[in-house]
Ligand binder design. Structure first.
Ligand code: GTP
Ligand code: MG
Length: 196
């Protein structure tokens, strides 16, 4: 798919603030600082559309980005950001669950994890949660540029093992810095639209 139009639509915290549910949505979830906002910018080749930060917890609302008037990427706030209070964390979890469980036009989930580190307990829990839902998903392994090429298979095996996967087929190594991995991810997205 060629992206000829990409726009930020709205930031929402509550259901009644979401935009219309008339087009499909792909949600990006993953812990804070994993690279969700950078993913959006790279994959659609607009370097500044989604706001990124080296400070974890930058994205604190659900942000809707409309692509080609055809679908949306939905940037969901990062889970597991330790430096917030328990009540703040619970509010975040509620916001995420509300979106994932009740959004009728949610068609696919991209779970992002940092390729450098074995999946954390939170990553594993999030994976199991998404796996238990009836929504197609893929695991995007971010910051591919930060590992050596000859270490890739070793890192893929961390995720195969940590997430108890039968194969590495659902794992998509990706770098927002170099763009490596973009084509395979676009194939997943295009594949969805081909089936529709
Ligand atoms: P929250 O909004 O806090 O949930 O974080 P996020 O998941 O949106 O992360 P964001 O895209 O803001 O990126 C966090 C930091 O990681 C930034 O400093 C990015 O430049 C950096 N980063 C993201 N992706 C990559 C990547 O593929 N390679 C490298 N080297 N750095 C990356
Ligand atoms: Mg962000």
């Amino acid at each position: 798919m060629h992206v000829n139009k990409a726009e930020f639509e709205i930031s929402a915290v509550k259901l009644n603030q979401y935009p219309s549910d008339s087009i499909p949505e792909i949600a990006l979830i993953g812990r804070s600082n994993v690279g969700k906002s950078s993913f959006i910018n790279r994959i659609i080749q607009r370097s500044k559309l989604a706001r990124t930060s080296s400070q974890p917890g930058k994205t604190q609302t659900i942000n809707f980005y409309k692509i080609n008037d055809l679908f949306r990427f939905v940037d969901v706030p990062g889970y597991g950001y330790a430096r917030v209070s328990k009540s703040e964390r619970q509010a975040w979890e509620k916001m995420i669950n509300q979106y994932i469980l009740h959004r009728e036009n949610l068609q696919m989930v991209f779970i992002l994890m940092d390729i450098r580190h074995e999946p954390s307990t939170l990553d594993q829990e999030m994976y199991q949660y998404i796996d238990s839902l009836d929504i197609p998903f893929a695991v995007i392994l971010t910051k591919l540029d930060k590992i050596k090429k000859n270490q890739l298979n070793k890192h893929l095996s961390y995720f195969k093992k940590g997430l108890k996967l039968p194969t590495t087929d659902a794992l998509f190594p990706f770098s927002s810095d170099t763009g490596e991995g973009s084509e395979d991810i676009w194939e997943v997205i295009d594949g969805y639209f081909d089936e529709e």
